[in-house]
Design a protein around this ligand. Structure first.
Ligand SMILES: [Zn+2]
Length: 289
């Protein structure tokens, strides 16, 4: 699933290939992509509109239009936005085609169809946007920000990092990489993390996300995530734990990466670099796979 670095890479692509263009026609193939309203509403909301900017909040893409409304796009599990040309060979599962006045097209492709596009006028129409926490690229996460968020919370570190109400944009890949680089077990209750640990987590959030954005995100084996021109990211080559189950840890060169289940999500860690303290063990229920 695309996370903040992948969505930010797509946003930068939209800056180049969609912003400033007027949409001359819209085709919707699969109604599920426009399920929040309808195909008719998406077509009516976009036809003739000019995209004035491309913004991102967490994993949500928001494109304000010159009509006063905005287009929200969420890629969810497998959505892709591709810049194309009329007559170009569209991938299977292209559900929305935007014709742009400069003669290009924008394609929304989504094999699993969990992604969506919607034109909205009032932020209240997308209630989850109002509940999103801090975006770590716009408002850096510092140790003191974490202290305020963590006060006496018993939530485990991984579950906290995935909780979009606190920090928006981190998913399964980057939560594992951040916990590893902060040398903390993903189940460590955040309220019990030391002051030094808070600094490590804050630094890891910034370092991992910035490096991943610079690398154009992570493209996993399924190659579902690509940028607007169809190019893969390269941050997967720098993963230390995610997707490396059974491989020797590149940080300590001693243990092998293990995969456990935390909050129903597969979670990757090194037991040497990220020991499970007695305190974390008491408050956690990890199910070993
Ligand atoms: Zn290690």
């Amino acid at each position: 699933m695309p996370e903040l670095p992948e969505v930010e890479t797509v946003r930068r692509g939209l800056d180049q290939h969609l912003v400033g263009r007027r949409i001359s026609a819209v085709q919707v193939g699969r109604e599920r992509v426009v399920r929040r309203t309808s195909a008719q509403e998406l077509i009516a909301g976009l036809t003739g509109a000019q995209v004035t900017s491309a913004e991102r909040r967490g994993k949500y893409l928001i494109c304000p239009l010159d009509t006063g409304k905005s287009l929200m796009i969420h890629l969810r599990m497998s959505g892709q936005l591709l810049s194309g040309a009329p007559g170009g060979i569209r991938p299977a599962h292209t559900h929305v085609v935007l014709d742009l006045h400069d003669g290009t097209q924008m394609w929304f492709v989504d094999p699993r169809t969990f992604g969506e596009m919607v034109v909205y006028g009032d932020a209240a129409e997308i209630p989850e946007l109002l509940r999103l926490g801090r975006d770590p690229l716009h408002d850096p996460i510092t140790a003191s920000v974490l202290s305020a968020m963590w006060q006496s919370r018993s939530q485990g570190l991984k579950s906290f990092l995935l909780d979009q109400r606190f920090i928006a944009g981190i998913g399964n890949i980057y939560s594992d990489e951040i916990a590893h680089r902060a040398r903390l077990h993903p189940l460590t209750p955040v309220g019990k993390i030391s002051s030094a640990g808070r600094f490590r987590v804050a630094a890891a959030i910034t370092d991992v996300l910035e490096a991943a954005v610079a690398a154009g995100g992570s493209t996993l084996g399924d190659a579902q995530y690509v940028d607007l021109l169809g190019h893969s990211g390269s941050y997967q080559d720098r993963h230390r734990v995610y997707g490396r189950t059974g491989q020797r840890c590149v940080t300590c060169d001693r243990s092998r990466i293990e995969r456990i289940t935390v909050a129903q999500r597969s979670t990757h860690l090194c037991r040497t670099c990220q020991p499970l303290t007695r305190m974390a063990r008491r408050s956690a229920s990890a199910i070993k796979e």
